[in-house]
Write a protein that binds this ligand. Structure first.
Ligand SMILES: NC(=O)c1ccc[n+]([C@@H]2O[C@H](COP(=O)([O-])OP(=O)(O)OC[C@H]3O[C@@H](n4cnc5c(N)ncnc54)[C@H](O)[C@@H]3O)[C@@H](O)[C@H]2O)c1
Ligand SMILES: [Zn+2]
Length: 355
């Protein structure tokens, strides 16, 4: 079965093509392709990728943060120049968010811009990051601080590649799916929550919710591609989540830290009198199920608060958080980083470790 979803962007429309055939069309000859492929995916899918791996220009990259950095960019540029890249050629990314960020960044700056295509292989990339135009590159210790808005010209999406993805990575992607469903409102969240078990067990159900997650995100990014207004709600769970990632030396996968972050945002919103306890109770069981196995991870309070105070969405005096309102709809709020806020966060962390 083949389906398409078209996204409007400042560079024009681009389509996500859902196909059953893994990497369908990746190995076309014209115009010339230059491939950037996740090392693990290259190994796992050697037969399906045989024409790609046999082509003239292939860069195999291990999906680690150190490789998604400005410091590594000269090697990638030298490789591509050495393979004779020209403006009319196409860069093709095959992998998850790390390969996406590297390729998107190179496509934006190399020769002042070349076309790029994306075959996302992680659930996080398929259900969330593949649309939205952003690339983010690390510089030294600073994560995701350099980047551009450069969407791919096309996305080829096959859920069959998710069969080899470790369960923690699947749940990381589901964390972002839960996030957009909560943004779309309580009915949408309750629907995905009711189908949570089925999503893990049934590929057709997984595909339905990937498509729905992308449709919800499309509705937001088409109105605010450059993240100047309503797109900021997509940061739900992220200020808390990034602080958890940082305080645990990235011991918690991104989308799982975001899942804990959403639960923590809900808890804090109840404590601030913004949202009724029943909404926390309604969402908590599904969120908890999704971060199971990580609830006892040590989150040192000092490192957590130091990290959340540095979040790029903060104003000089206050934390810029996305917290649910009385209807459980996420909104941007400025929140004092005071003793009460910190005590609420500490209580939340202590509670999930012990209950
Ligand atoms: N640009 C954006 O909009 C955006 C959005 C969210 C996240 N990101 C970035 O994405 C990165 C995280 O990306 P991610 O979560 O997609 O994972 P990833 O790219 O880090 O890959 C995770 C792991 O899964 C492996 N893998 C990938 N596909 C596989 C498959 N089909 N089978 C088995 N193993 C496979 C990889 O080799 C790696 O070990 C972070 O650097 C984050 O900052 C970017
Ligand atoms: Zn995220």
């Amino acid at each position: 079965m083949s389906e398409r979803l078209v996204i409007q962007s400042h560079k024009g429309p681009y389509a996500i093509e859902f196909t059953d055939e893994i990497f369908a069309g990746a190995a076309a000859d014209e115009p010339q392709r230059h491939y950037i492929v996740d090392a693990r995916v290259a190994e796992l899918y050697r037969p399906q990728l045989a024409p790609v791996l046999a082509s003239k220009s292939v860069l195999i990259v291990e999906a680690k943060e150190a490789n998604k950095s400005l410091e590594r960019a000269p090697d990638y540029v030298a490789h591509l120049m050495g393979r004779g890249i020209k403006r009319g050629h196409v860069l093709v990314a095959i992998g998850g968010g790390i390969i996406q960020d590297i390729t998107c960044f190179l496509a934006a700056v190399l020769l002042r811009g070349v076309e790029w295509h994306f075959y996302p292989t992680t659930l996080l990339a398929q259900a969330d990051s593949c649309i939205g135009s952003k690339s983010s590159i690390n510089v030294g210790q600073y994560k995701n601080v350099v980047g551009t808005y450069t969407p791919p010209a096309r996305i080829g999406l096959s859920t069959a590649v998710l069969q080899t993805l470790p369960e923690a990575e699947i749940r990381s992607g589901i964390g972002e799916m839960l996030k957009v469903h909560m943004i779309a409102g309580p009915n949408e969240f309750d629907r995905i929550a009711a189908d949570y078990g089925a999503i893990l067990a049934d590929p057709a159900m997984m595909r339905t919710y990937i498509l729905r997650s992308l449709e919800i995100k499309k509705g937001i990014i088409e109105r605010d591609e450059f993240d100047r207004g309503i797109r900021n709600v997509m940061n739900l769970g992220h200020s808390f989540g990034h602080a958890i990632e940082s305080a645990t030396d990235f011991g918690v996968p991104h989308g799982i830290a975001v899942t804990i972050g959403i639960d923590m945002a809900n808890f804090t919103a109840v404590r601030l009198g913004r949202m009724a306890q029943r909404h926390f109770d309604r969402m908590h069981p599904t969120l908890r199920l999704n971060y199971r196995g990580f609830e006892r991870t040590e989150i040192p309070a000092g490192r957590f608060f130091a990290a959340i105070a540095k979040d790029k969405k903060n104003t000089d005096a206050k934390l810029g958080l996305i917290l649910p309102d009385a209807e459980a709809v996420p909104r941007r709020v400025e929140c004092a980083n005071d003793e009460k806020f910190q005590a609420d966060c500490c209580e939340y962390i202590a509670r999930i470790r012990t209950t």
